[in-house]
Design a protein around this ligand. Structure first.
Ligand SMILES: Cc1cc2nc3c(=O)[nH]c(=O)nc-3n(C[C@H](O)[C@H](O)[C@H](O)COP(=O)(O)OP(=O)(O)OC[C@H]3O[C@@H](n4cnc5c(N)ncnc54)[C@H](O)[C@@H]3O)c2cc1C
Length: 357
């Protein structure tokens, strides 16, 4: 039986492992943490993405309807505006991440175990020597961690984060998204299965304490919740460049965010991790077919990147004005909602039929 090593027991690593085990490979996963569920710094948490359940489940060969739940309430708040997204369009899904038995990570882990995948926990791969010792076709799927990006020579930006993780009423199910001067990215709050998450981040520079306090005030107004304390950390996000996303580095295969599968015009975060796990598995057997599939799925990326670069040239007040204009007729026009959702992470790809192959 041919042996394959996968580094990282996150979403993309687990999807790749399951697919390879089913194809008759002996799969061994090396994971740096002592158990499945990623870094305790930011998990457990409720994360969200738009995806088409049936198509995605078929694409990755795993029935996700068992473990994902629809996001019931999703509110966009550019400045003082407040716009409820019609969640019947899409719809957006909640992923519980982390080590709890109800998480997506644990669900995929259980399937992988049933398929005969072996796991070595507490087994990080950090150095070039360790990497070189791994066999060709090893899949590296280490997610949003500096070591993996450095090891594989992938370009990244250092993103800056303030978060709070706590508890909430288990019946609450919502995501609030805040866009304002405190960050050029966004802040959000969510409650899901009793987990409350408050998160403010910026991909380009550290967030000032004043900006954090302004965000905390908005959270108090909208969620009725006083953030008692903040964690702060940094992690890498793939840098948008014309050389990313990337599937192959030397004789190794990249998957998940390390492959650059994290962009709102390619495939973002969760959505991208699932899709690219399946493509990485394909690459073990047929590099050319995998490369074609990878290109097909990332087709909107380069024109999207060019458009984003052009957008960046205009003054920020103009962008802001455009955003507000789009939202001002929001309640009246279903079209505006559909257009906004089409621009959201992952959705472009599902409507292009990437996951329907
Ligand atoms: C706080 C937070 C909120 C987010 N919210 C959203 C969201 O709402 N929507 C969305 O689409 N995306 C979101 N994301 C992004 C999303 O979580 C990632 O894009 C996705 O998990 C990537 O999957 P992956 O398989 O690449 O990595 P992961 O699922 O992160 O898995 C990587 C695994 O590799 C292990 N590992 C790391 N380094 C090593 C090493 N050197 N050796 C061995 N093992 C290693 C890790 O412990 C982990 O288990 C969020 C990310 C964070 C951190």
């Amino acid at each position: 039986m041919k042996e394959i090593v996968v580094v990282g027991a996150g979403l993309s690593g687990l999807v790749a492992s399951i697919n390879l085990a089913r194809r008759g490979f002996a799969v061994k996963v090396l994971e740096r943490e002592a158990r499945v569920g990623g870094s305790p710094l930011y998990h457990p948490s409720g994360q969200g993405t738009f995806l088409k359940m049936k198509e995605m489940s078929k694409y990755i060969g795993v029935d996700l309807s068992e473990v994902l739940e629809p996001i019931r309430v999703m509110v966009e708040m550019p400045g003082r505006f407040k716009c409820e997204i019609d969640t019947s369009i899409g719809p957006p899904w909640f992923f519980e991440r982390g080590p709890r038995s109800t998480s997506v990570d644990n669900y995929l882990y259980g399937i992988a175990r049933d398929e005969g995948v072996e796991f070595e926990f507490g087994r990080p791969v950090y150095s070039q020597a360790e990497l070189a010792a791994l066999p060709p076709n090893t899949i590296v799927a280490t997610g949003l961690h500096f070591e993996g990006f450095d090891l594989m020579g992938q370009p990244y930006l250092t993103s800056h984060h303030f978060t709070y993780k706590g508890t909430c009423d288990p019946d609450l199910n919502y995501v609030h998204l805040f866009h304002d001067r405190y960050t050029t990215d966004y802040g959000y709050t969510s409650c899901f299965r009793g987990i409350r998450y408050v998160h403010l981040f910026n991909r380009y520079r550290p967030i000032s304490l004043e900006a954090r306090e302004a965000f905390a005030r908005r959270v108090r107004e909208e969620d009725g919740f006083e953030v008692p304390e903040w964690n702060s950390f940094t992690f890498p996000v793939p840098a948008a460049s014309f050389n990313t996303p990337r599937l192959l580095v030397g004789d190794k295969i990249l998957a998940g965010t390390l492959a650059g599968a994290m962009d709102n015009v390619a495939f973002f975060g969760l959505h991208g991790a699932l899709v690219s796990g399946r493509i990485a598995a394909l690459a073990v057997e047929d590099k050319y077919a995998a490369w074609q599939e990878f290109r097909r799925c990332t087709l909107p990326y380069r024109p999207g990147l060019a458009a984003a670069r052009l957008m960046a040239l205009q003054p920020s007040w103009l962008t802001r004005l455009g955003f507000l204009a789009a939202f001002s007729d929001y309640r009246r026009k279903k079209f505006t909602q559909r257009a906004l959702i089409a621009g959201m992470p992952g959705y472009l790809n599902t409507v292009r039929g990437c996951t329907a192959a």
